[in-house]
Ligand binder design. Structure first.
Ligand SMILES: *Cc1c(COP(=O)(O)O)cnc(C)c1O
Length: 365
């Protein structure tokens, strides 16, 4: 392409800006496709299908009056309310810009050039991307039968391992690790390696044998937990999540955060959501009974799906995955294919799930 320049004749020719050479090779985060219109069901991003509660909208609206001022950089009120809701000392709580933002900061606090960060694969596709930003090497340990292989993960720890991500329940398979296996794993991992339990879907867990990371972290200084307001609480667009970690880790995390990252709108919405706990829990209960209904119907259609503890189900369709996703899109339902492995389908409203099940009923490979 001919260079068109507005530069004066005295200036040297423009040269490309020097960037890190590995940026261009970076895997891109592929978001669930945006719904082309409101007539389409978006079951591709694990969002909450219900709009925000009126009390949450009111809190955000009130906060709008103050957007000329910076937010509280420490999210003090949110931290105080989380502290009593979760029975966790304030020093253990660090809110951030979605749990993605918190994950990035945790990684930056713990790992750098020459270090290794372990996680299962397939798991949350943001992990490799966020690890890359630290300069550390991502080490992927394959799932076994769609579940974390915690034995293999413990075997993969080396002198360079700084951080291990355990996505529980796992995105995109929905499977969860159980109390005994996680306990054995944590006993094997050296105490200087930070184990991060990503519990983005914790509120959808109904198997009592799936441990609560926050309870687990109390006696284990090398365990940190990530939670978010994006999924069960339905605030995905506002970007707020938090870490629960012991004070040295929490302090390092705060040091690595972008100042004023959590907006005032996000803080207000998160606080109002904590206040609306029972109403939100009711919605979660509806989604859980829909998850059970969708699972039964898909299995009745001879589809093989693992037990999900999240707000989505995983269809292991292998090479049929892209065609299935296209068939859904053609019928007005967006789902999320992952290569030639499978398709992740978010549990929506009962009406959305009905439409999905009709498509499945009509679908032939
Ligand atoms: C959705 C999701 C998150 C949440 O991200 P936010 O940044 O809080 O919106 C974190 N981890 C996993 C595994 C997820 O699926």
């Amino acid at each position: 392409m001919a260079e068109v320049s507005a530069r004066g004749p005295d200036l040297p020719p423009a040269r490309p800006v020097r960037l890190r050479t590995d940026v261009s090779g970076l895997p891109r985060y592929v978001p669930g496709r945006a719904a082309p219109s409101d007539l389409v069901d978006k079951l591709s991003s694990n969002e909450n299908p219900y709009p925000p509660l009126p009390s949450v909208v009111a809190a955000v609206r009130a906060e709008l009056e103050h957007v000329n001022r910076y937010p509280d950089p420490a999210s003090s009120e949110l931290v105080a309310e989380l502290s009593s809701a979760l029975a966790v000392p304030r020093e253990h709580l660090v809110p951030g810009t979605g749990s993605l933002g918190v994950t990035r900061d945790l990684l930056r606090a713990a790992a750098g050039d020459g270090d290794e960060v372990l996680f299962a694969w397939r798991s949350f596709e943001a992990y490799p991307l966020l690890v890359w930003g630290t300069g550390a090497t991502p080490v992927r340990v394959p799932l076994r039968a769609e579940r974390h292989d915690l034995e293999a993960m413990a075997d993969a720890v080396t002198d360079r391992t700084r951080l291990i991500l355990v996505c529980n329940p796992n995105n995109p398979t929905g499977t969860a690790v159980r109390r005994a296996e996680l306990g054995r794993f944590l006993d094997r991992v050296p105490g200087h390696v930070l184990v991060v339990l990503d519990e983005a879907y914790r509120e959808f867990v109904d198997d009592r044998d799936v441990p609560d990371g926050i309870a687990l972290h109390r006696d284990r200084p090398n365990v940190a937990v990530l939670r978010t307001f994006s999924k069960a609480y339905g605030l995905a667009r506002l970007r707020v999540g938090y870490a629960v970690a012991h004070p040295p880790v929490a302090a390092a995390l705060r040091a690595c955060a972008v100042p004023f990252g959590v907006s005032g709108l996000a803080q207000a919405a998160a606080r109002a959501s904590l206040n609306a706990g029972p109403e939100l829990l009711e919605r979660v209960r509806t989604l859980l009974s829909e998850r059970a209904r969708v699972t039964r119907a898909l299995r009745a259609a001879a589809l093989n799906i693992p037990d999900s503890q999240a707000n989505f189900v995983w269809l292991r369709l292998g090479s049929h995955a892209p065609a299935f996703a296209d068939a859904c899109a053609a019928a007005g339902v967006m789902v999320r294919p992952f290569g030639d492995e499978g398709v992740r389908i978010t549990i929506g409203t009962p009406e959305e799930n009905d439409r999905l099940l009709r498509i499945v009923g009509d679908w032939r490979v």
